[in-house]
Design a protein around this ligand. Structure first.
Ligand SMILES: *Cc1c(COP(=O)(O)O)cnc(C)c1O
Length: 419
């Protein structure tokens, strides 16, 4: 792949050359066309539909649902949570089969898995009364942790972080100890795009006897995750961001095999679909073996259909190639923004170091709320995050380099017009 020359201002021709040399370039045309779209900078928030998604959903309606009707539960749908989970595990999480499910939403799965881990830790050692998390974790993660803490009489132990960066192993080391039950952190920070050193942080937490729950919303499908190799305990993340599952697509949860089938480690929403032998309709709940026990109710089949296509595409492209393009896309973004005049007043609020940089770059400027509205009107779609952040989220499989160049040129124009 062509490299950007450090210190020079990239031209539109440079962006076109990067596209011409892009080994993943062909994937950008394997998405549903979007009329009037100039640049999509929100693949990290709502991934675009993979071409064929509309047909696959129609096929479900006419075939498996409309024609086979209830027979489809037996013939195909019932094991989808684990089957689709295995595909998420393989394509995006570095997880061997049998440890991942697709179900519920991120928020609900965070609650279920956090409660299960907390209860297990407290059962082993009642002195473990703290949940460690960071102040800039995504709101739902913080609120869920507040709820679990209130329910179980736990204390939240907050790590203060630089919002242009994120949590470090040293910061975690400073707060974990014999009172820590669970550490809950995002692998990639939603605001800055900071990639936490998930292997080292897991080790530091384990050294103090804590378990770690990783949020993979902004890493799955963007940054390589090696859940098994890094010794992860559990992870929960979205499937509608870099995984293109569609608005409100069911989420994924990973639970390491060594934590399966432990009587003290139980998720709290004991529904019939997570029970052993669901269809015997027996009295009393007894969890299904393995990761199936994380499922509660009927699988959201319709919402799972787009994910099969997008995950197969991701597996085919390979997460390492996706990551290589992602870094080049954000390199281009930074090179363009760095060449803007200082008077424009735009500040980069994301890591520059490749190792710590995720799939998006956040820029800060007091006028971005207004600018973002104008950009949307002209088909350039970043997102605004209060108080002054513009996120440039670049999904490698659907984004071209020239799209980045054109979109950033529009950001600059609108900023100049707003002055
Ligand atoms: C997007 C996101 C969520 C969203 O949770 P939902 O239940 O899908 O609304 C949670 N956590 C993080 C870190 C996110 O980026």
């Amino acid at each position: 792949m062509t490299e950007l020359t450090a210190g020079t201002t990239p031209t539109r021709a440079d962006a076109l050359a990067l596209d011409a040399a892009d080994p993943l370039g062909a994937y950008t045309s394997r998405f549903e066309p979007a009329e009037g779209l100039v640049a999509y900078f929100d693949g990290n928030s709502l991934g675009r539909p993979v071409a064929g998604t509309a047909e696959a959903v129609a096929e479900l309606v006419r075939g498996a649902w409309g024609t086979l009707l209830i027979r489809s539960w037996d013939e195909s749908w019932l094991p989808w949570p684990e089957q689709l989970g295995d595909l998420v595990g393989r394509a995006a999480l570095g997880a061997a089969p049998g440890q991942t499910v697709v179900a519920d939403s991120t928020t609900v799965l965070l609650y279920k898995v956090l409660r299960a881990l907390v209860d297990h830790q407290v059962a082993l050692d009642p002195g473990r009364t703290e949940i460690v998390l960071d102040r800039d974790n995504f709101p739902t993660d913080r609120y869920v942790a507040e709820g679990v803490a209130a329910e179980r009489g736990m204390t939240l132990r907050w790590i203060e972080v630089d919002t242009a960066a994120g949590v470090t192993p040293d910061q975690v080391g400073d707060v974990v100890g014999p009172a820590t039950a669970v550490v809950l952190l995002s692998h990639v920070a939603y605001r800055s795009g900071w990639v936490a050193d998930a292997e080292q942080i897991t080790r530091v937490a384990h050294d103090s006897g804590a378990l770690v729950l990783w949020d993979t919303c902004h890493s799955a499908g963007s940054v390589p995750v090696r859940a098994d190799d890094w010794g992860w305990d559990a992870a929960v993340g979205c499937d509608y961001k870099y995984l293109n599952g569609g608005p409100g697509a069911p989420a994924h949860a990973y639970l390491a095999a060594r934590l399966h089938d432990i009587p003290t480690l139980r998720q709290p929403v004991q529904g019939w679909m997570g029970r052993r032998d669901s269809f015997l309709m027996e009295q009393g709940y007894s969890p299904a073996p393995g990761v199936r026990s994380l499922v509660s109710g009927t699988p959201p089949v319709t919402g799972m259909v787009p994910l099969w296509l997008s995950l197969q595409m991701l597996e085919e492209a390979g997460i390492e190639a996706v990551r290589a393009k992602s870094l080049l896309l954000t390199d281009l973004t930074l090179a363009v923004v760095d060449a803007w005049p200082d008077e424009l007043g735009v500040v980069v609020a994301s890591p520059r170091d490749h190792e710590r940089r995720g799939g998006h770059v956040t820029l800060r400027h007091p006028d971005f709320e207004v600018v973002n509205r104008r950009l949307w009107e002209r088909g350039v779609i970043p997102d605004f995050r209060a108080p002054d952040g513009l996120r440039v989220g670049l999904a490698p499989l659907s984004t071209t380099f020239v799209e980045v160049w054109d979109g950033l040129a529009a950001v600059r124009e609108e900023l100049e017009a707003a002055r």
